[in-house]
Design a protein around this ligand. Sequence first.
Ligand code: OAD
Length: 247
Amino acid sequence: MSSPLEDAAHAVAHGRCVIASTGAGISAESGIPTFRGDSGIWKKYPPEKFATIQAYLANPLEVWGFWVEIGREMAACKPNAAHVAIAEMESQKHLHAVVTQNVDSLHQTAGSQRVIEYHGNVRRLVCTRCRHQEPVDLTNPPKLPPHCPCGIVMRPDIVMFGEYIPEGPMHEAAALAEKCDVMIIVGTSAQVYPAADLPFIAKQHGAFIIESNIEETDFTSEITDAFLCGAAGETLPSLAKRVRELS
Ligand code: OAD
């Protein structure tokens, strides 16, 4: 009998190249708030004040403090059953890669090997001039934004509003979207581009689109083939289990 879960599991089990594309919703059950909605991060901290390079350069202390606090909260969280299900499908050769908009490293902590960080990572700093990168210890972060050996102030290695996606992840993600025959979209509101283009690119190239979310998005009526309605911490383990049974 056909159901969204059954259709999704067959697609993954028989897929040639299966990609996951994840957003903040996958980490919600780990205790990390999402960005949009009434209890979203941007409601309390407007992005124009905390997530643009102009705001950082104009007010480095406050914006640095915000990202350190967010990073500290993220570093204290653990992967949930959805991250684990994605890592498991990869280890069982059913999933090729994860493209994530998240900056929290939870896919890597769960064991995912091929993770494309589309929006950067809060545990890394990058020089605003020479692009030199350094890790930052979020358990004991510097009180002031550190300086690069080249003398210029560093910033969290995060794609802020109005900025381009770094070339490496942008090209890798686009190539995967074109190549995959199944894409599993998890916990993203479809509001932020170019990340939200990836499922459309996949669909244009003939991919079967699975979407896991607690509510419908712009993807759902336009391109989704199997909508797994509910918390990702429940729907993705069910998907992984059924894929295992079919294999
Ligand atoms: P949003 O906060 O915009 O959307 C989160 C999505 O997750 C919504 O569609 C929710 O319905 C869904 N959701 C919430 N809990 C869920 C759960 N337990 N299971 C499944 N889905 C759930 O987050 P993103 O779409 O990731 O950029 O936002 C994209 C980008 O906007 C972020 O990467 C961030 C932000 O500006 C940067 O910080 C660079």
